[in-house]
Write a new protein. Structure first.
Length: 59
């Protein structure tokens, strides 16, 4: 399944697309695979937040 195309307005339909996409990706994963999948996403989000904080502090 391809990544969903999200509209600029981010509608309810977009939320449904994201949820369906996430379900399709994770439905056959084991518990350990799910844990790693979500940990990787959380780590990436934390990295991006820290980058934004550094940029904000340097301004």
């Amino acid at each position: 399944m391809n990544e969903p195309k999200i509209s600029r307005d981010f509608t309810i339909e977009d939320i449904h697309k994201v949820r369906e996409y996430n379900y399709e990706i994770t439905k056959d994963m084991t518990t350990e695979e799910l844990r790693n999948f979500y940990k990787k996403g959380a780590d990436e989000g934390e990295r991006r937040i820290n980058e934004l904080r550094k940029k904000r502090m340097s301004v």
